[in-house]
Write a protein that binds this ligand. Structure first.
Ligand SMILES: Cc1cc2nc3c(=O)[nH]c(=O)nc-3n(C[C@H](O)[C@H](O)[C@H](O)COP(=O)(O)OP(=O)(O)OC[C@H]3O[C@@H](n4cnc5c(N)ncnc54)[C@H](O)[C@@H]3O)c2cc1C
Length: 283
């Protein structure tokens, strides 16, 4: 599942009577595809090697919430196992999982293995690893006059680790920053401050109709706390905390407002104890 024509192919399969779709990957795209298919009354099997869907993006509590939503929506959720082979069989597909078991479905949708489209830059002299490495103002490292923004840009995150974020909002912010840098470097505007690098990334998705919003960097979170609402009420916000006890991300279920109000705190890696004050101030 990458392009619009991929989704039209899926629609075409449904029109031709496909009633059972196996989704390989319970990540963002897998979760949203599962939601759309269940809303159409299609049987869905969702396979993912993680113990809980999206746990590396959301932390344990919100990931468990996602898991519950899939089960409640009637998804046949198979976690802790991966698809290792797919073969066409009798008008449908036969899928082998890594525990050796076999499943049948009318079609398989894979939404995994995203890699940045950087092959065309192989001989450019830019050192490509996880995408195109950029520094301040989305300037490509060691290559003055070249800028990168969007899915392929590897931006220094907290601790200097180069991170790529594959979301529209991030591509838009980075594009604006890169444009400001071009103008500044040409002497046509004031110097760009490289804001896109410091600003926490944020994006939203829908899990069976409920909005889920993620703000910040979840890769180094080791702890979490509910900072607003209640998990059972389908409306809550989690703060994710890094090794130094500082807030690295917020995950909002059922509404983005509280998570977005924590942006400033996440950007400067504040402490859990500051959250009450921040929420009061921004209420
Ligand atoms: C199925 C799907 C659903 C998504 N849903 C969401 C969502 O709900 N929310 C969200 O925030 N993000 C979502 N994303 C991610 C989002 O689409 C990307 O983060 C965003 O499009 C990145 O923008 P970009 O400009 O960096 O890259 P792209 O949008 O991929 O644009 C890059 C363009 O460059 C072109 N190109 C590639 N190589 C060359 C070349 N050598 N020369 C010229 N042109 C070239 C490509 O054809 C493409 O048109 C989704 C992605 C997918 C695949």
């Amino acid at each position: 599942m990458r392009t619009a024509s991929d989704s039209f192919r899926l629609l075409e399969a449904l029109r031709h009577g496909a009633g059972h779709i196996l989704l390989a990957d319970a990540g963002l795209l897998g979760a949203e595809t599962a939601g759309s298919l269940r809303a159409l009354g299609v049987n869905v099997t969702l396979v993912d090697p993680a113990d809980r869907p999206l746990s590396t993006h959301l932390g344990a509590t919100a990931a468990s919430w996602v898991q519950d939503q899939h089960v409640r929506a009637g998804v046949d959720l198979r976690t802790g196992t991966a698809v290792v082979a797919v073969e066409t069989a009798g008008g449908g597909v036969a899928v082998t999982l890594d525990d050796g078991s076999m499943m049948r479905a009318d079609a398989v949708v894979a939404s995994l293995g995203v890699t940045p489209a950087i092959d065309w830059l192989r001989d450019s002299g830019i050192s490509l690893s996880n995408g195109v490495p950029v520094g301040s103002g989305m300037r490509v490292l060691d290559h003055p006059g070249i800028y990168a923004a969007g899915d392929l840009a590897a931006v220094p995150g907290p601790g200097g680790i180069l991170l790529r974020t594959e979301h529209w909002g991030v591509a838009l912010t980075q594009g604006r920053t890169a444009a400001a840098s071009v103008l500044a470097d040409l002497g046509l505007a004031d110097a760009s401050d490289g804001a896109a690098s410091a600003e926490p990334p944020g994006y939203s998705m829908y899990v069976h109709g409920t909005k889920l919003t993620i703000v910040g960097w979840t890769h180094d979170a080791i702890d979490e706390a509910v900072v607003h609402g209640a998990v059972g009420e389908q409306r809550f916000t989690m703060a994710l905390v890094d090794r130094q006890g500082r807030i690295s991300a917020a995950v909002g279920v059922g509404g983005a407002r509280v998570a977005n109000r924590l942006r400033g705190l996440i950007a400067r890696r504040g402490e859990i104890g500051e959250i009450g004050q921040v929420l009061e101030k921004t209420a």
